[in-house]
Design a protein around this ligand. Structure first.
Ligand SMILES: [Zn+2]
Length: 190
């Protein structure tokens, strides 16, 4: 009975013979499955709004944006909240107009602009980036309330004095450095 051992290959047959491919044979596509991919719809959200606002310069100091100055207080998909640097500032109307134009040009015609005076704008809202830009522009950034030292934007000296309450614009005062004798604008604390 040697031949019985040779029948092992017979066991393998049913395994190989399994017709696995048969289930795939149907050519039916369920009617509810849609073929086309989702179009990459641009999301006009807060991120894009911030980008638009970052390109709006401050009318008095074009080197800094209204975002740098902390004038933009809040952004939601349908509204932008601005707080003017101070109530009497003539730049306020200009800023609102500039924001309106920038929003419209970017396709945000439906976004409304709100102005809030409370809490009042403070120089503490100027970003670090904004302070750097002011300094690079030759304007002494505002100093925190309580601190009196206004540093010269040219040489960094704290030996400075106010020459006039009114600088090149109502929001700036004219100062002078006692060390390098350079006059400079100082962004006033309101
Ligand atoms: Zn100086």
């Amino acid at each position: 009975m040697v031949g019985t051992e040779g029948r092992t290959d017979k066991k393998a047959l049913p395994i190989d013979g399994g017709g696995l491919g048969r289930g795939d044979a149907s050519g039916n596509t369920p009617p509810y499955v849609e073929d086309h991919p989702h179009p990459a719809s641009p999301i006009k959200g807060e991120g894009q709004l911030w980008e638009v606002l970052k390109r709006v310069p401050d009318p008095e100091v074009p080197a800094v944006s209204i975002v740098d100055l902390g004038i933009v207080r809040d952004v939601t998909p349908d509204r932008v909240v601005l707080t003017p640097t101070y109530t009497g500032c003539p730049a306020t109307q200009v800023i609102e107009t500039m924001v309106r134009i920038a929003l419209d040009e970017a396709g945000f015609e439906g976004v409304r602009i709100e102005t809030t005076l409370s809490p009042p704008w403070t120089t503490d809202w100027i970003t670090d980036e904004g302070r750097k830009k002011l300094r690079a522009y030759g304007i002494a950034p505002p100093v925190p309330t309580g601190s009196r030292a206004v540093e010269c934007p040219q040489c960094g000296s704290a030996q400075t004095e106010e020459v006039s309450r009114f600088g090149s614009t109502p929001c700036k005062a004219l100062w002078r450095c006692r060390d390098c004798l350079e006059p400079f604008d100082h962004f006033k604390c309101h």
